[in-house]
Ligand binder design. Sequence first.
Ligand SMILES: Cc1cc2nc3c(=O)[nH]c(=O)nc-3n(C[C@H](O)[C@H](O)[C@H](O)COP(=O)(O)O)c2cc1C
Length: 338
Amino acid sequence: MIQNERLRQLMARGNAFLGSEVAIMCGAMSWVSERNLVAAMSNAGGFGLIACGAMTPELLDAEIAGTKALTDKPFGVNLITMHPQLTDLIAVCARHQVGHIVLAGGLPPPGSLDAIKASGAKLICFAPALSLAKKLIRSGVDALVIEGMEAGGHIGPVSTSVLAQEILPEVAEQLPVFVAGGIGRGEAIAGYLEMGAAGVQLGTRFVCATESIAHPNFKKAFIRASARDAVASVQVDSRLPVIPVRALKNSGTELFTAKQREVAALLDGGSVEMAEAQLQIEHYWAGALRRAVIDGDVEHGSLMAGQSVGMVKREEPVAEIIATLMDEAAEALSRRAA
Ligand SMILES: Cc1cc2nc3c(=O)[nH]c(=O)nc-3n(C[C@H](O)[C@H](O)[C@H](O)COP(=O)(O)O)c2cc1C
């Protein structure tokens, strides 16, 4: 599938790891990354990931089965570490012999790493810093994603370009590393591959795929937006640490401020503990994202989007998005070789 020899070589390791034809993962996006987008991504030669989010084990079971009905290509499942039924969700993946599990939202909780390994799945974790990358490698993960603050959704404090420079030279020889956050064109993919990445993970660029079930209003908001519209949420109370979320600015941005005040008051009143307070914040995001992605309320819901949103110009099939990215990457590499 890959015509350009250099690009084929640079993606070979990522493809071998994923079982894909191009080493481009579509990052799991809650509500968006369900069977249709995931299957379309894998059918087009890339690698789709189901976003489990807050799904129950029964729902995840149905989603995996539904995805398998649409593709016979490999795909993975993204699980969130703070899910109260993580063990059951891993068991569901094991029953379906899911080949790749991504654990998002922190270091693997005790037992989860062994359970995933025992299921035969390859484990991919997010490394937000070099020290954590090294720790994850020691604990036996199979691959890493390094995601910068340009990304859509929950973000860390460091940019993709800095994470790539800090982490790739140190660990890329030891295991496959996928770079995520702010990637909208193939030239950037070529650059990160040349720095040692095994592949990349994109989210924002795939939201407006024809196969994505995101509401037309959600897609329209993406197509209209420019990079500067995708802003990080602000923490309003120092006692309540919230993970920043990057989303398009709308009335929902203010609703989140109000929600933080409400939860901070509950903390002050002693009616909730910190862990419960943070879980309430995460439930808020899940609900707000659903409101925008599924119901199309782009005013009050959450329009999680990365800064690469400015490079989303139209609705187009996943296969075309991948073809464009690959052409751009190949051209960039040919220019450099000339
Ligand atoms: C609408 C939306 C929802 C997301 N939901 C999740 C999620 O549930 N779990 C997760 O690990 N990452 C989530 N992400 C992050 C993506 O998986 C991916 O890593 C990120 O979009 C890559 O950066 P980019 O947006 O700049 O391409 C989400 C991103 C977006 C845009």
